[in-house]
Design a protein around this ligand. Sequence first.
Ligand code: AHR
Length: 501
Amino acid sequence: MQKAKLILDKAYTIAKIDPRMYGSFIEHLGRAVYGGIYEPGHPLADEQGFRKDVIQLVRDLDVPVVRYPGGNFVSGFNWEDSVGPKELRPKRLDLAWFTTETNEVGMHEFYDWCKKANTECMYSINLGTRGAEEARDVVEYANHKGGSKFSDMRIANGKKEPLDIKLWCLGNEMDGPWQMEHKTAYEYGRRANEAAKMMKWVDPSIELVACGSSNSHMPTFGDWELTMLNECYENVDYVSLHTYYGNPTNDPASFLGSSMDLDEFIKTIVAICDTVKGKKHGKRQINLSFDEWNVWYHSREQDNEIWKQDKWGRALPLLEDIYNFEDALLVGCILNTFLRNADRVRVACLAQLVNVIAPIMTKNGGGAWAQTIYWPMKYASQYGRGQALLPVMESPVYDSKLFDGVPMADASAVLRDDGTLAVFVVNRSLTEDIELTVDLRAFGNLAVKDHVMLKNDDLKAVNTEENPNNVAPVKGPGGKVEDGVLTVKLEKLTWNMYLLG
Ligand code: AHR
């Protein structure tokens, strides 16, 4: 058996974890809204048409913020279409996803849904086809107390109190040619800066996310962040990062090593944010909002078929990735990576939340169930709050086609507010079990209170409506603590959470 060694110490802290690290995302795309969170006529729909079974799964996942309404969708979206009497709202062609948007669910309904799901809205504005004027107006509509054109319009539309939306995205993936009114970094940076200034003049308490690159392989990667931040550094609080991983060639060793790429991506953007700060002799630290991340590749061919058959349909079943066990292992490694970078990754959104590349699936008129990736997210969100600790790990490594030196044991640790310690460890080796010793001497007397595992002999195992618990957490054997050292056996290809207290 391989051996690995982890040292944890109360004094080795990274940062207080921002709970918004466990956010998610709902876009007007596919069946995320219509048929996902909203299905009037479903036996479990509430008086507003929201599915109560979905709300329960979201509450259990415990996501503190949900980014909305896009995504690519937002770059052609008029927020005014989504407020006021439903029967007067226009149907629009959505050029991002070639579907028809009916606007049955809009800003007020989504706000109500957030309250029911115990979360908050992170609202993205359109900086594609629109600009600073609309950005100012929508903040006035949502957050101003009353006595002005747009705040009074909100009150007339039934919300006397401000919605008080605190976190706003300045557009979406504006570096991507697929985006409506894609821009150069300079064009975007100027527009984002003017929008940001005016939005903060309306409500100085809000925080703003500027668009970083759509992914780290974009041809303008790096230059984009430097140029656009140079224009808007004084008025924004976060830079966004997006990434999706896939395993199209069935190479699990590389796929499971992808979180190494993620770590490098984060560190590069941190370096750029700090470069701009230094260059400007600035005082403000720009942090990261990793507001789209997940595995995404299973559904791509199916989507092309759907568009061939039904362009401009409503609520088409797009981006419906069915996640398997290996995807859940990678999601565990991604969450570990965020926790190890908790000093700068303040916000992160698992993209998305329901049906569209999502941890929660529904059947129209039928059930709702948790996909495999739901589980590492749920445990991280529930137990991963408090102080992120530096996991000093010595692990055996493996080489894969895409990454050399992949540590087999991938860990993060959180000193929780109640004094317990949560240690998350993935053994991503395809072949090796590992004996892991965890030096906990700095904590005094600790014992294993709980050990939760995800394991399955089949990397491709999935959950379905008929078999929703095929990949689900089980109780693990735990481990013993002797002289302040915890010894556990990490079975190959397992995700584990140890709770110590
Ligand atoms: O999450 C799906 C899409 O991925 C989003 O609309 C877009 O921002 C990204 O390219």
